[in-house]
Design a protein around this ligand. Structure first.
Ligand SMILES: Nc1nc2c(ncn2[C@@H]2O[C@H](COP(=O)(O)OP(=O)(O)OP(=O)(O)O)[C@@H](O)[C@H]2O)c(=O)[nH]1
Ligand SMILES: [Mg+2]
Length: 567
């Protein structure tokens, strides 16, 4: 089966989820175009997404076009859910950066572009919402080329009416123009390229040929000799250009009218490398010390990466991308992170919120395995005879914290277990029980992420939680050297006791108490040292000024000891 895996990413609200709707509608999978505002889209199915009208989790659906299965991963644009985008990029060969035509270069687009570059993933740019009144393809394109890269080059040109509204689109490579039928339904219709557009089409075609020329010596010679490239040379050249990062093709359109959607699908099919065309993946051996290569071989040993976990009231699904070999339901696969061999559960293809059971997940394909209780996002499933650790998802560290507690006393455990389950689904937040401040602190990427966690605790686990500002665990520190004497006298009953210990306190860099001894000539017997140290450590837990930890000090003891001083 011919497969492409693409990840839609971009600024919040740029039209990614609507674009998936358009792809599904145009290819006949759905018979009506869902809208985020109506809460009826395939990818934004979670109640939280419907309530807030934004995407919160990665969602996926396959789309068939020209005999190719395109796995479309739709990711949220909101920064709080960047982890979902990072998961999507891990599984896809190519990112489709969606930029709204009236937005110019948005912060979200810039961040996503940078992330794709870091992950060395090629990019297609889709300029969206071309039907809007103030849409401006050229301004947005210029901003992207200016600020991001000159490799961004259009494979389309929009056709405008006298009011600058986009009414058609030109496929620059094939020199064909299209418009959508008046009733907004059905397939695109071919129209003649307007004479006024011929010049710009030739210019854009020339730019693409330059990109092809740059990919090989032979192409460069041919280009300068004024010879034209064959269709095959063009397609191979553009693919190589995309792969090497010297070309990011630009398509535009409107998810509302469907204009440009087929153009995007054909660009994906023609220019995006299939998973088996990709170079071998770099991985680690079981020890994690030596690099190994995992070839994209359908007949090779199985190696798959878990890039996302869905854990809701309907069960747990581990979303995997098969890098090598294939996965069948009767397999036992090894997880190098736990050192355990796992018997696989049922296999599924994910279509939005619907799952369809399948017998196999082929090499390069994406699917889900149900009920893998011990399996986590970022872990590898591989052939027990050929153990490899694939690169996990590159998540960012949490940077925003809130204290969380149940509204009703005694429900701490319910909040705790709920957070553990939600953490399986979203590993970008963490939960710490702070023993010093007696607070449970959730840390994530931002307030919306944590707000959504509270809503999910209520809707999925039936527990009302509230957020608060995390208390600061203050620390005390000594600033200069001091010497202090401690005396112990005991005369009641039996033989009397006398102890005289001098302690010198001084600041140090260590995170905890550094206890040193300077007792000379056995003035204090060694068996009394541990008691002195224990007493000092306990005292450190309740510093002298504000009763807080005083970890950074160094204490050295010296003194005299005489158990029989008072007879
Ligand atoms: N006019 C017009 N509006 C659009 C188009 N595409 C999306 N929208 C609107 O833009 C808003 C955001 O669309 P979404 O599809 O949810 O955008 P998104 O990029 O998935 O948003 P996040 O996932 O939250 O980042 C919605 O109100 C859509 O109806 C389009 O092509 N034309
Ligand atoms: Mg969305």
């Amino acid at each position: 089966m011919d497969i492409r895996n693409i990840c839609l990413l971009g600024h919040g609200g740029s039209g990614k989820t609507s674009l998936v709707e358009s792809m599904l509608y145009i290819t006949g999978v759905t018979d009506r175009l869902g809208k985020p505002a109506d809460g009826n889209t395939v990818c934004d199915y979670d109640p939280e997404e419907i309530k807030r009208q934004i995407s919160i989790s990665l969602a996926m659906t396959p789309v068939q076009y020209n005999g190719v299965k395109i796995n479309v991963l739709d990711t949220p644009g909101n920064f709080d859910f960047a982890g979902e985008m990072q998961s999507g990029v891990r599984a896809a060969e190519v990112g489709v950066l969606v930029c709204a035509s009236k937005d110019g270069l948005s912060v979200g687009a810039e961040r996503c572009w940078k992330y794709l570059k870091e992950q060395k993933k090629p990019c297609i740019v889709y300029i969206s919402k071309e039907d809007e009144e103030n849409a401006n393809f050229s301004t947005t394109l210029d901003a992207l080329r200016e600020k991001l890269s000159k490799s961004i080059a259009p494979v389309v040109a929009p056709i405008w009416d006298e009011n600058k509204r986009t009414i058609g689109i030109i496929d620059v490579l094939n020199k064909k123009a299209y418009k959508m039928p008046e009733n907004k339904k059905g397939k695109r219709e071919e129209i003649p390229i307007p004479d006024s557009k011929m010049k710009v089409v030739d210019e854009l075609y020339g730019q693409l040929m330059e990109a092809v020329a740059e990919t090989t010596e032979e192409n460069m010679e041919k280009f300068f000799a004024g010879e034209s490239f064959t269709k095959e040379e063009i397609m191979t050249g553009l693919k190589v250009g995309m792969h090497e990062g010297t070309l990011a093709p630009v398509v535009c359109g409107s998810a509302l009218t469907g204009l440009g959607t087929e153009m995007l699908l054909s660009t994906i099919v023609d220019l995006v490398p299939g998973p088996l065309e990709m170079p071998a993946e770099e991985a680690m051996d079981e020890s994690g010390e030596n690099a190994v290569e995992v070839k994209r071989d359908p007949n090779g040993p199985t190696a798959a990466i878990v890039f996302k976990t869905i854990s809701d009231q309907y069960g747990k699904y581990s979303l995997v991308k098969v890098i090598s070999g294939r996965i069948t339901g009767d397999m036992n696969l090894y997880n190098p992170a736990t050192g355990k061999t796992e018997k696989l559960g049922r296999l599924y293809t994910i279509k939005g919120k619907k799952n369809e059971e399948v017998k196999e997940i082929a090499c390069g394909d994406i699917g889900a395995i149900a009920k893998m209780d011990r399996l986590k996002t970022g872990e590898t499933l591989c052939d027990p005879k050929s153990i490899v650790k694939l690169a996990p998802v590159a998540f960012a560290e949490p940077c925003y914290s809130r204290a969380i507690a149940p509204k009703t006393r005694g429900q701490d455990e319910k909040v705790g277990t709920g957070l553990i389950r939600l953490n399986e689904e979203d590993p970008t937040f963490n939960v710490v029980n702070n023993a010093e401040t007696h607070q449970v602190v959730v840390s994530g990427a931002g307030d919306i992420q944590i707000d959504v966690l509270v809503s999910k605790l209520k809707s999925r686990f039936g527990v009302d939680a509230e957020l608060d500002t995390p208390r600061v665990a203050y620390r005390e520190k000594i600033r200069k050297q001091v010497r202090k004497q401690g005396r112990h006298k005991k005369q009641t009953g039996g033989s009397g006791q006398f102890g005289d210990v001098w302690i010198r306190f001084e600041p140090c860099e260590s995170e905890s108490l550094e206890f040193c001894e300077e007792v000379v000539g056995g003035a204090v017997p060694k068996n009394f040292f541990p008691a002195v140290e224990k007493g000092l450590r306990e005292a450190c837990l309740h510093g002298v000024l504000a009763g807080t930890h005083t970890p950074q000090c160094k204490k050295e003891q010296n003194g005299q000891f005489c158990p029989k001083a008072y007879r």
